[in-house]
Design a protein around this ligand. Sequence first.
Ligand code: ADP
Ligand code: MG
Length: 283
Amino acid sequence: MNEKKRWKKLAKQPVPRPAETRVFTISNQKGGVGKTSTAVNLAAAMADRGLETLVVDIDPQGNASTALNIEHGVEVDSTYDVLIDAAPMSDVVKQCPEYPNLYCLPSNIDLAGAEIELVSLVAREQRLDRALQEYAKYREEQGLPRLDYIFIDCPPSLGLLTINAFVAAKEVLIPIQCEYYALEGLSQLLKNIELVQKHLNPTLSVSTILLTMYDGRTNLASQVASEVREHFPKQVLDAVIPRSVRISEAPSYQQTVLSYDPQSTGALSYLEAAVEIAHKGAQ
Ligand code: ADP
Ligand code: MG
C-alpha cells in the first residue's frame, strides 16, 4: 500500500479506550534495538489520538525523558526517588509539552545506583507496581482521567529495574531490530519472563512484538521479519517500523517523530502500530 492510502486508512480508524489501563513494559536486554524510540513514539501516537498516556523512564540514561522534553538533571526528582525513597509519583510525574494528555516519569543517572540499592529494600521487585497503583488511586481521588496506556522504557539489562517493570506490567512489548542476530538473546529474555510469571506476576504475557529499523531494500531484513513472524505469529504486529532518519533525528530536538515530522513514514508507522495495539487489546 502506498503512503497516501495508508494515511487515508489510518484516518478512518478510531482508537478505542481500553476497558482498563494497559501497562506495557518495553523490553529487550540488547541495546539499540529501538526500545526508547518505540516507548516515546507509541506513547505520542496514543496521546495524539486522545488517550491518556504515561511513559515511565526506568533507564538511567534518561533517553525517553530527553525525547519527551522533560527536565531530568540530577536536581530533578525522578524514578530513583520513587523506587528508592518511595516518593509519591504524583510529585514526580511531569506533563509533556507536546500533548497535554502525555505524561512522563523522568529518570536520570541517579538510577544507575538503584540496581544495587534495591537489593536490600523490602519488596524490592514490587516497588514500581506499588507506585503505579498509588498513582492511579491519586488520579481517581483528584478527579483526573484514568490512564489508558503506560509504557515502561527499560534499560538494556535484565536486572532489578527490568524486573520491577515486569512485575508492574501485564504486557511485554519486545522491539526486534530486523538485523542479523535479531533472535539472539531472545530465549534468555523469554526465560526471564517465564521466571517472573512463575514467581512474581502470573498475569504477565508477551503480547506484542514490533519489528523495528526495517530496511525494505535488503533481503536480510525480510528474512529476519519472516523468521520472527514464524516463531511468534500471534504477537508480531503487521505494522513495521522502517529505518528512518526522521526517527533518529527527532530526539536531538527533544521531540517525538510525531511532532518533529508529522507527515513522515516514521510517524505514520508508529501511528499504525498504536492503532493495531489498541484494536488487538480490544479483542
Ligand atoms: P534502545 O532504547 O533499545 O537502546 P533506541 O530507541 O535508543 O534503542 O534506538 C537506538 C538508536 O537507533 C538511536 O540512536 C535511535 O535514534 C535510532 N533509531 C531507533 N529507531 C530507529 C529507526 N526506526 N530508524 C532509524 N534509527 C532509529
Ligand atoms: Mg533506550
